[in-house]
Design a protein around this ligand. Structure first.
Ligand code: GLC
Ligand code: MG
Length: 686
């Protein structure tokens, strides 16, 4: 190899050879490579290289260049400096990226889960849609109607029980928790329904009944025959067959909660019907059975459970009489749940530990992204709201995601602004901090609020439900303003109604009103419906209301979209502004977010003019974004004169950066503080 200088640059004269590989190139053997001769040759090459270093340094590096030459080049400042700069740049950028990522994670408020965002829609399967013409709704029927939920922008559907059941309490008396009742379909129908729901992005919440089974359940049969494994699966005690009342405990459906069983020769406890014996959840085998059942359905892919009647899960083992509300009442007249203080049959110590065990199982199935399994508990604790709050768990131990908030069911007791505020505040002021509220205005156990409060308040109630902080629950038909049906004694289906017709829950369970055709579209094949239709179905139905922009349905849809698209509703503060005889007013705002919302609802009985001039954070003029009376949409009010008719609700959107909550901390609430950076459109913890 030789190099020749040519006009200041070194050029290749012949084929370039790598000194390290010279022998091989020359056809030398491997042995040659190790010979001293080769060694000398190498040394001499090195010497030559040293000598010619100056010349080599002027050579441009190229691929295939000998290692030594390359090293020489690479140590020169013009290569080394950029390399080092690049290296440190990469290090700095990586560190900066890590720092930015950590900062973003640290500053981001926790993500909302699906059950925070969507309302929960309750389907009572007997009454939703009948696909086979037997007059009773079924799973295939629900599958046919899934687009209804998408139209409403609802993503979570709770279906009341459809397990195999003798239907004494319409499915809340379960004979086999691992099977579907033939009335509703079969397991394949269920699997198809679930798959289709998941395809459409819908979540399915099952009803689960841990307190009791049907008296036809296999466990009960084995228990009454004293099978060694099952004998303590239920709550048994000795009693006198002639007067089977080991104590004064009463059933929720009335009369003694004890029934004598001839097979076993003992009394068993049932806090509901005698066909619904209470499980003995003090027996760890029973708890394990329930865990297995929960796992069975989680394994199938269900997204959550509504846990039924949880406060009844444990009873005091001593079985002492409960204290009478009226101590002077003759004991034989003590027959209803209102006659006793339920010190020994509800909310017993240990109950929350059991629910936490259920929760832990659900958590095991919640690890995949987007597969969070949700749990809501049902417990009516009336004035003992603190008992309800315990189902939220503690900061360290999770329990239900929220216990149902039933307090708004009492709205009809006193339609007024301050009463609405009182009921809302019952929850807000008692809820443990950082928890997520929720609101229920109807279900299969309570008269429809459209009937008990009055039709004129239906829209206002939906407006409140969808603008309060937290998850709304909508019972089927509330989105169109369905009302109770009238039931005569001979039409009674509900066991509670057989005991006392005024307690019947049939009125709120009438078939869903889909259209103005035969059977309101509930059953299009025969003339059978298990309960009569509401006569209003020709005008109050989904199809008619979809076409009408001012309908209850269209307003529901609008409000639900607003709730899910506008950050102040999901992420912002909730502040009381005013409440009086007529009006309940509150606002929703988010720090850094220019748009805020003022809600003014007239729950009273007369027209009202509300003066909010003292609220300095509000602009002078307020424009109505939406009124439950569509004629008032876009109306502009001075803040000193906001007018509402009885039953009217307004959503007012206004722009300001002046927030209300800093100067009214006692009137404001937020689950998780977050601020909005408008320039980049991100939320951060603040
Ligand atoms: C729950 C259900 C109700 C049922 C009872 C007994 O309260 O909502 O419908 O009758 O439990 O299971
Ligand atoms: Mg019990």
């Amino acid at each position: 190899m030789s190099l020749k200088k040519n006009s200041g640059q070194m050029e290749l004269e012949e084929t370039i050879r790598n000194p390290g590989f010279k022998d091989a190139d020359d056809g030398g053997s491997a042995a040659d490579t190790s010979s001293s001769g080769t060694g000398e040759r190498r040394d001499s090459t090195a010497v030559k290289l040293d000598a010619a270093a100056e010349e080599y340094t002027q050579l441009k590096p190229y691929a295939g260049m000998p290692k030594e030459v390359l090293l020489l080049h690479s140590s020169r400042a013009r290569y080394r400096v950029p390399r080092e700069v690049l290296f440190w740049l990469v290090v700095c950028c990586t560190l900066a990226l890590v720092a930015v990522t950590i900062t973003i994670i640290a500053l981001s408020p926790p993500c909302l889960r699906w059950w925070h965002i969507t309302p929960v829609y309750q389907v009572y399967p007997r009454s939703f849609k009948d696909s086979d013409g037997d007059g009773v709704g079924d799973l295939k029927g629900i599958k046919e109607k899934l687009d209804h939920f998408l139209d409403l922008n609802i993503k979570a559907v709770w279906i009341s029980p459809f397990y195999r059941s003798p239907m004494k309490d319409f499915g809340y008396d379960v004979e086999d928790f691992r099977d579907v009742d033939p009335l509703f379909g079969n397991m394949q129908d269920f699997e198809e329904l679930l798959a289709e729901m998941h395809n459409k992005g819908l979540k399915l919440i099952m009803d689960f009944i841990p307190n009791h089974t049907s008296d036809r359940h296999r466990w009960f049969n084995l228990s009454r025959t004293r099978d060694p494994h099952y004998k303590d699966y239920y709550v048994w005690t000795d009693c006198d067959p002639a007067s089977p009342k080991p104590n004064n405990w009463v059933s929720i459906f009335g009369n003694s909660s004890w029934t004598y069983d001839e097979v076993r020769g003992q009394c068993y406890l049932h806090q509901f019907l005698k066909e619904q014996p209470d499980l003995n959840l003090r027996n760890p085998d029973v708890v394990q059975e329930i865990i297995d059942l929960i796992s069975f359905w989680l394994e199938k892919g269900v997204d959550g459970f509504r846990m039924d009647a949880v406060k009844h899960m444990l009873e005091a083992a001593h079985l002492r009489d409960e204290p009478q509300v009226d101590p002077d009442m003759p004991p034989e007249l003590v027959t209803t749940e209102w006659d006793l203080y339920h010190d020994y049959t509800t909310s017993q110590v240990g109950l929350h530990d059991i629910l936490r065990e259920f929760r832990a199982v659900m958590d095991d199935y919640s690890r995949e992204p987007g597969r969070y399994r949700f749990m809501v508990t049902e417990s009516y604790d009336y004035e003992e709201v603190d008992k309800t709050m315990m189902y939220y768990g503690t900061p360290l131990v999770k329990e239900s995601d929220f216990p149902f908030n039933f307090y708004l069911l009492d709205l009809p007791l006193n339609t007024s602004g301050w009463w609405a505020k009182h009921l809302v505040d019952l929850w807000m002021s008692n809820m443990p901090s950082g928890k997520w509220p929720n609101w229920v205005v109807g279900n299969h156990d309570r008269p429809r609020i459209g009937s008990s409060a009055g039709r004129m308040y239906v829209r206002a109630i939906n407006l409140m439900l969808l603008t309060l902080p937290g998850t709304p629950t909508t019972y089927y038909g509330e989105e169109i303003g369905m009302e109770n049906i009238n039931i005569t004694q001979s039409q009674v289906q509900d066991p509670a109604g057989k005991y006392n017709v005024s307690l019947s829950r049939d009125p709120e369970r009438s078939p869903m009103q889909w259209n103005s055709e035969k059977n309101a579209g509930f059953n299009t094949q025969t003339n059978k419906t298990w309960l009569p239709l509401h006569p209003s179905y020709e005008t109050v139905n989904v199809e008619v209301q979809k076409e009408d922009k001012g309908s209850v349905l269209s307003q529901y849809r609008f409000l639900n979209s607003l709730r899910q698209s506008e950050l102040p509703f999901l992420r912002g503060w909730f502040c009381y502004v005013l409440s009086d005889t007529n009006v309940f007013s509150y606002l929703r705002e988010l720090d850094g977010h220019k748009e805020a919302y003022l809600i003014v609802i007239n729950f009273g009985k007369e027209f009202s003019t509300t003066d909010l001039s003292a609220v300095k954070e509000l602009p002078y003029e307020l424009r109505v974004l939406m009124s439950t009376n569509a004629n008032n949409n876009q109306k502009v009010f001075q803040k000193s004169r906001i007018q509402t008719e009885a039953g009217e609700g307004l959503v007012i959107r206004y722009s300001t950066y002046t927030r209300y909550h800093p100067s009214h901390p006692a009137q404001c609430y937020v689950s998780e503080k977050a601020c909005y950076l408008e320039t980049v459109g991100v939320l951060y913890k603040c």
